[in-house]
Each structure stands twice: as structure tokens, then as C-alpha cells.
Design a protein around this ligand. Structure first.
Ligand SMILES: Cc1cc2nc3c(=O)[nH]c(=O)nc-3n(C[C@H](O)[C@H](O)[C@H](O)COP(=O)(O)OP(=O)(O)OC[C@H]3O[C@@H](n4cnc5c(N)ncnc54)[C@H](O)[C@@H]3O)c2cc1C
Length: 434
């Protein structure tokens, strides 16, 4: 049973409710937990007394989530990776009960009402899951498919879709990409045509994470013939309707435990009132939604990179070549130091962008820079670390090889590196006008 504890978001003096699972609450109260582990006892990046964006509440939240990860997720990751599927409803219910699916969502719909820095803290902690697929699926549920609904949706839609999603009772997916349109979101072809009080949807979506298990989709579709940035709407689409066909579950080189679907719509009827916010504003809403998705993705991969660097240090310290540990070769420990330095630089950029974002400042440029750097650094770190494992790094059952495969997506999904570069250039006023 979830336990409700009053938590003061100290930095803001805001009172909110944090649902903690028995994992967090069984032995000690929340405040006891905070005081029992002194700040100086924490290790690594968490030892900072005056952290740039995290308070003690952030660290307590992370600690509580870590218990769920270690008890309810990590023991099953290998099995789920092998099966190319994880039980989203079961895992999300556990996370929903504990409040982790809506940390920055409104309290009235079951969220914790905290700011986005808490979502970043959660995303960082989820990086301790020993694969990329499950964190990504959780991120879709908490921070990729729901920000627009929480911000612009009607109370009725929030009650029907947001509340059960935050509770972990409904699984959501995000339907933006199509077979013919990924990077160029403006050119999507799926249509939702108004007929009386309904919309009739035809078209299809590609690469839909959680697509085979989802109860509803946050769908981007053309709702008029107008210019491509003004003719789209985001729509809450229940997935069990007649005319929705899951064409296939896509086989992938990485993110294997996360299901990815190709989906078709044939005369699917939904109420017109399922449009999120204003009709025609879907493109803009999705671009805003992307900011949180990108920052979330950066936060998540930072921890995963910390972990593969640490595991590489452990492995190379105990394995000897030419009468000394691999780690003692200067090229090895220097390279790992370089990688860790880059990780810390990226972390600083993330915290800077997050601090600005929660003050309401437009961070499109910084979020794009962070996403670009994260994709490239993850490729470098995966490749660099794997090299030092020798043949062991080529086996599928070590974390570093899984990271190598999973993290490749970061330079492609949620806007490819080149899309990030185009956005940055736009902000630098260097992109040639069409
Ligand atoms: C595992 C996985 C999960 C995903 N989950 C989701 C999801 O849940 N929902 C969803 O809507 N989508 C999802 N996607 C889709 C993802 O966001 C797209 O794959 C991505 O946006 C790229 O689109 P595309 O695959 O159509 O590539 P394309 O648009 O065909 O682009 C191909 C390549 O062209 C290059 N390129 C792009 N733009 C430029 C440019 N301006 N200049 C030069 N080169 C350029 C890039 O190198 C790019 O990789 C997922 C994808 C994968 C693989």
C-alpha cells in the first residue's frame, strides 16, 4: 500500500505529497531517512553539499527509486531482454504506486506537483536499470507522451487519460514518427478529419515505443489542410478501438526489452473533444514536449555512462595482461579519465539547462546541445569502454556491450544529431533560409 507523506519541497517552500512505497517507508520515516545519511556520506556526484539543482528531497526520491530498481526491475532485466518484452503494466503499476510516473504532474491528477528538476533526478536514477529499453519505456510514460496533456489538456481528458497513466493503470505511447516521416515531423501524413462530434483517423505510426502494450496513444495527426506547422493536433487515442491494427513488433539491435510497434489506423473514430488543447497547435505542443523528452534522455544516459565507466575500471583493475592490470596501462586509465570528464561536462550542461527550464526560460538551444552531445558521447563511451574488455566486451551478457547497442539510439531517436544541429544553427542564426 502506498504511503502518503507530506514533503516540503524545501527550495521552494511548497508543500506537496510524495507517495512512497513500502520500500521507502517500511523501516523509517521519510525525514529520518533524510537525516540518517549525512550529505558527506554520499558518494561521487551526490556528495556535493550545495548541489546545483538537487535538494535533500531529490536525493531521498532517488534513494527510494533505487530500492524499486534493485528489487523489482534489475533482477528480471536479462530475462526481459531475452524475451524482447517487459511487463509494462506490472512495472508501471509499481512505479505509479510509488509516485514516480508523475513527479512534476499536478497533484489533483495524482502527480507529486514538483518541478522538472525532480523528473531529471528520477531519469538519472533510472539510468541504474541494467538496460536502456526499460528506462526509455518509463520515460515515454512519465515525460514524453504526457507533458502536453498535463499542460494544455482539458480537465476531462486529464481525468480520463493522465490520472490513470500517472497511477500506472494505463500504459501510454507517443505516435509522432511515421514510415515516411521521422526527422521531418511537419510532413506526417496521418489525418484526423472532423465528422460531427467525432474525428475519423486514417494513416499509421512507426517506431512506437510501448506500442504493443499501450492503452492509449498521444497521437500527432493532421486535422486540417493548413500550413504544416498550424494544421496538426495532439489527440488522446484509446488503443483498443476498431480500426487500430498493430502491424508488427519491430526487431531491433538494441533496446530489446522495449517493444516497438508499427501501427495502422483505418477509419478509427474518436470524440473531437479528445484533441489536447487547441486544434491546430499540435506541432507546437509536440516541439515543447520534445524539450522534456530530450533533457530526460540526457539525464538518463549520464548514469548509464557512469556505470559502464565504473564497471570498466573494476574489470580492468582485476584482469592482468603483460604482468600488470589492464587499468595500469596509461592509455587505459587516461582514456577513462577523459570519458569521465566529458560526462561531468555534459552533467553541468544538463543541470544548467534544467535550472533555466524550471524558471520558465526557453532552453531549446541548450536542450538540443545537450541531446546532441549525449548521443555522441554515449557512442564514444560505449565504444571506448567496450574496447578495454577485449573479447568479453563482445559478449552480449555484459553491461558494456548492452550499453553499446542500446545507446546508439540516442543519436537517432527524439530528433537525430543532424536535427539537433539544425536547431542549434537556427538559434545561432547560421541556418540558410529556404
Ligand atoms: C527504438 C526506437 C524507438 C522509437 N520510439 C518512438 C516513439 O515512441 N514515438 C515516435 O514518434 N517515434 C519513435 N521513434 C522514432 C525516432 O524518433 C525516429 O527514428 C527519428 O526521429 C528519426 O526518424 P527516421 O527514423 O524516420 O529517420 P529519417 O528521418 O529518415 O532520417 C534518417 C537520417 O537522416 C539524417 N538527417 C535527418 N535530418 C537531417 C538534416 N536536417 N540534415 C542532414 N541529415 C539529416 C540523420 O542522420 C537521420 O538519422 C523511435 C525510433 C526507434 C529506433
Amino acid at each position: 500500500m502506498a504511503v502518503l507523506l507530506a514533503v516540503r519541497a524545501a527550495s521552494r517552500g511548497v508543500c506537496c505529497h510524495l507517495h512512497l512505497t513500502p520500500f521507502a517507508s517500511s523501516t523509517r520515516s521519510f525525514s529520518e531517512k533524510l537525516t540518517s545519511k549525512s550529505k558527506t556520506e554520499r558518494s561521487g556526484a551526490e556528495s556535493t553539499v550545495d548541489h546545483l539543482i538537487y535538494t535533500q528531497e531529490h536525493f531521498a526520491l532517488k534513494e527510494s527509486l533505487n530500492k524499486i530498481i534493485e528489487q523489482e526491475i534489475n533482477p528480471f532485466v536479462d530475462k526481459w531482454e531475452e524475451e524482447c518484452m517487459f511487463p509494462a503494466h506490472r512495472v508501471f503499476k509499481i512505479l505509479g504506486n510509488a509516485g514516480f510516473l508523475g513527479v512534476n504532474k499536478p497533484i489533483e491528477y495524482g502527480g507529486l506537483g514538483l518541478d522538472f528538476s525532480y523528473s531529471v533526478a528520477v531519469a538519472e536514477e533510472l539510468g541504474n536499470i541494467r538496460c536502456g529499453g526499460i528506462p526509455m519505456a518509463i520515460g515515454v510514460q512519465s515525460d514524453m507522451a504526457t507533458p502536453a496533456l498535463a499542460r494544455f489538456g482539458s480537465a476531462e481528458l486529464k481525468k480520463e487519460f493522465l490520472q490513470p497513466t500517472i497511477a500506472g493503470d494505463k500504459v501510454v505511447c507517443l505516435g509522432v514518427s511515421e514510415v515516411g516521416a521521422g526527422s521531418d515531423v511537419a510532413s506526417i501524413k496521418t489525418k484526423a478529419v472532423r465528422k460531427g462530434d467525432d474525428l475519423i483517423i486514417n494513416g499509421g505510426k512507426m517506431w512506437t515505443t510501448n506500442g504493443t502494450q499501450a492503452d492509449w496513444m498521444c497521437l500527432l495527426a493532421n486535422t486540417s489542410e493548413g500550413p504544416p506547422h498550424r494544421n496538426k493536433s495532439l489527440i488522446c487515442l484509446p488503443m483498443k478501438l476498431p480500426g487500430i491494427h498493430i502491424a508488427r513488433k519491430i526487431d531491433k539491435i538494441g533496446m530489446r526489452s522495449s517493444d516497438t510497434a508499427e501501427i495502422y489506423f483505418e477509419d478509427v473514430r474518436v470524440p473531437y473533444k479528445n484533441i489536447i488543447g487547441e486544434e491546430g497547435m499540435g506541432f507546437t505542443y509536440q516541439m515543447l514536449q520534445f524539450q522534456e523528452e530530450r533533457l530526460w534522455g540526457v539525464a538518463n544516459v549520464l548514469t548509464a555512462m557512469d556505470n559502464i565507466i565504473r564497471e570498466t575500471i573494476d574489470y580492468t583493475r582485476q584482469r592482468k595482461i603483460f604482468q600488470q592490470p589492464i587499468l595500469h596501462h596509461q592509455t587505459v586509465h587516461f582514456r577513462l579519465a577523459e570519458l569521465q570528464t566529458e560526462v561531468e561536462l555534459l552533467r553541468s550542461l544538463l543541470y544548467h539547462a534544467t535550472a533555466m527550464y524550471i524558471r520558465g526560460i526557453d532552453v531549446t538551444k541548450l536542450a538540443s546541445m545537450a541531446k546532441l552531445k549525449a548521443g555522441r558521447l554515449a557512442r564514444e563511451a560505449g565504444d571506448g569502454c567496450l574496447q578495454f574488455w577485449g573479447g568479453m566486451g563482445f559478449c552480449s551478457d555484459v553491461l558494456v556491450s548492452r550499453f553499446y547497442r542500446d545507446s546508439r539510439l540516442l543519436s537517432i531517436g527524439a530528433g537525430a544529431d543532424e536535427v539537433m544541429l539544425s536547431i542549434i544553427c537556427k538559434y545561432m542564426d547560421t541556418l540558410p533560409k529556404k
